[in-house]
Design a protein around this ligand. Structure first.
Ligand code: XIL
Length: 394
């Protein structure tokens, strides 16, 4: 349904719902916390739906979190997690544990982190995040198994000399060991990350160089063998809008499906900036969804030049809102994840000097206008947005 129709329908429903909100509020909150952040049942989803309609007064006072509101129609709201912050910052943990229904390790599952020395694994930070997620009824997006960046130094050093066979068996072992370690605990794996260049050709990295384009299908097959229940994703940036790169990824995953390669979804990163035009995300999510795939928005942030001026703040609000509304409108879109929720630990200032303020909480971990915008969109969507389940369309 187009976003503007969704909004106007919602406004009428909100008016009616406010009248019964006070009576319904206690039952509503109990139902939400009992069933909605955990694996939703049909009954819980129906109760949630009614709950959402009755709850419009309550949420405005901050009682409902993003995760709870998304759960009213089955959409998981997530964030990337900085595992150092998770270990040392109680205020960070508090927001993380209450606002979100899915988490992604920002770095802790990347190859360079989990296998710093060849054959010597360090799962500790990622294990702690998985335990935190389980304790808070959150699902985990595993990120990532194959990426040209953040590779272990010992592997980068072998780039020139390693034989295709040796690299193939190293990659096979890495995927098998990591997916097996987390078996049964990962909802969606970003199996391959950023394998395409902006012109639509496959990125010229070590894997393409040594193994040829078949490494992507192999990675998906190996991941599936190690954990047949995890949903397997291809994840990338600059595929949020149509164009050479998104067309190429579209054709590629279609081919993988024809070949029977296990792929369940495509992740659209969503690193936006106020200086760029907003992409036509919904149209693009829809065309991938028509392939029978799940889709997910996986890494949203909206950076701007510092300090933030009023019109930049508005543009940030708009980018958050439009990207969330795009996901809400598409039933196959099963999660909307931000790349960190706070400006305290954001990766943006280091990676894009002069830019920042990209997240929905400030450096003091107080919610910013972007947070309110997301909350409002979720509240408005509570009645009428297509209801989705954990498995999406798979
Ligand atoms: C980034 C992290 O946020 C940084 O801390 C790290 O130094 C580099 O990687 N696309 C991705 C993510 O898929 O893994 C990247 O994360 C951001 C861009």
């Amino acid at each position: 349904m187009p976003a503007h129709r969704l909004l106007s329908r919602r406004l009428v429903i909100i008016g009616a719902a406010v009248v019964i909100a006070v009576l319904g509020a206690c039952a509503v909150l109990a139902a939400q916390w009992a069933g909605l952040i955990g694996a939703p049942t049909t009954a819980a989803a129906a109760a949630a739906h009614t709950a959402a309609q009755q709850d419009n007064k309550h949420w405005a006072h901050g009682d409902n979190t993003l995760g709870v509101l998304g759960a009213t129609f089955g959409l998981r709201i997530g964030t990337a997690v900085n595992t150092d912050a998770l270990a040392k910052d109680a205020a960070y943990r508090q927001v993380l544990g209450t606002q979100f229904s899915t988490v992604t390790p920002e770095n802790a599952m990347k190859w360079g982190i989990v296998e710093p020395k060849q054959g010597v694994y360090d799962w500790a930070p990622a294990d702690k995040l998985v335990a935190f997620a389980q304790a808070h009824h959150q699902l985990v997006r595993g990120h990532n198994l194959v990426w040209f960046q953040e590779l272990p130094e010992w592997l980068n050093k072998q780039y020139r000399s390693i034989s295709p066979d040796a690299l193939r068996s190293i990659l096979h072992k890495h995927i098998t060991d990591e997916v097996s370690h987390f078996k049964g605990k990962i909802w969606q794996w970003d199996v391959v990350n950023e394998a395409f260049a902006d012109d639509g050709t496959l990125r010229d990295d070590m894997f393409l160089d040594k193994l040829g384009p078949g490494y992507i299908a192999d990675a998906l097959r190996w991941a599936h063998e190690a954990d047949p229940t995890a949903q397997l994703f291809y994840n990338d940036y600059n595929i949020e809008f149509s164009g050479a790169k998104s067309d190429a990824v579209y054709d590629f995953v279609k081919k993988l499906q024809k070949q029977g390669v296990p792929i369940d979804g495509v992740g659209f990163q969503g690193h936006f900036g106020t200086q760029f035009q907003l992409p036509d995300l919904q149209t693009n999510l829809e065309r991938f969804a028509r392939l029978g795939l799940n889709v997910a928005v996986t890494e949203v942030d909206v950076r701007t030049s510092m300090p933030v001026l009023a019109f930049e703040q508005s543009a940030q609000n708009a980018a958050y809102s439009q990207s969330l509304q795009a996901c809400i409108a598409v039933r196959a879109c099963i999660s909307y994840t931000m790349w960190g929720f706070d400006d305290r630990y954001s990766w943006i200032p280091d990676s894009f000097p002069g830019q920042g303020s990209a997240d929905i909480y400030d450096r003091n971990l107080h919610p910013k206008p972007q947070y309110d915008v997301l909350k409002q969109d979720l509240q408005l969507a509570a009645d009428g947005a297509p209801v989705r389940t954990e498995r999406g369309v798979r």
